[in-house]
Design a protein around this ligand. Sequence first.
Ligand SMILES: Nc1ncnc2c1ncn2[C@@H]1O[C@H](COP(=O)(O)OP(=O)(O)OP(=O)(O)O)[C@@H](O)[C@H]1O
Length: 251
Amino acid sequence: MDSCFSTNYITGLEVLRDQLPADSYTLAIPALRSLENLDFPCPVTFFTGENGSGKSTLLEAVAVAYGFNPEGGTRNFQFSTRDTHSDFSSALRLRKGVKKPQDGFFLRAESFYNVASKVDDYAAESIGRINYLDYYGGRSLHCQSHGESFLALMQNRFHGNSIFILDEPEAALSPQRQLTALLMIGRLAKEGSQFIIATHSPILLGLPGAQILCFDDGDLHPITYEETEVYQVMEMFINSRKVLLEKLFSD
Ligand SMILES: Nc1ncnc2c1ncn2[C@@H]1O[C@H](COP(=O)(O)OP(=O)(O)OP(=O)(O)O)[C@@H](O)[C@H]1O
């Protein structure tokens, strides 16, 4: 992927904190409490950081503010099985680019099952007009393994000139398939797509030319691949596994 350029669909955001209810749980998340402005100068932005540091909350808020269903899907998906999304989206003002995306998808590992069910519902409603499942590889996502259905979705539903907001897309994928996903993300970014991805994957985070934003240490800040905790822990574990385990189990 080439270096960063600014033909993104979402070029940045501003947080209007006074729009948030005083009791919003998001005010207790350090990285979000201190956030005022954020730029997305690269086609691919990764959110990284500890569990509970606020990655999914911000990702979901960006997706909702952009018009996606909080539980995922395209911008045409209308369904709700649980009403648990945060109020942070109401405090976000997105800066939008000049171009409009041709398509898009908000994907979250935790509600992928519900998205797959909704795809089946839409397929049943469209019988006789179009084969709706063709958009998803021709087979119900429920009739494939978790990883297979994730990849089928990416391979059949993801195109260039679109926007994709993905929450832990690696959750279902083997390391080999994560490499496949990495290649697809890089290729689609070259074809004019924008990605914003929350991830713990040391493979996905390695995509060249991406912006990596860290949610740790109280504020949101850009870091390099080698500075990510994910990389450092994995490197230490693989290179010094015996020493590390001996130390851990002796404590
Ligand atoms: N509906 C909710 N009500 C209250 N607190 C919540 C709610 N949803 C999330 N939180 C809290 O907000 C914080 C940030 O959660 P979030 O899911 O954004 O973290 P994350 O960085 O995505 O974590 P992970 O890496 O584990 O997915 C956590 O402390 C979480 O417990």
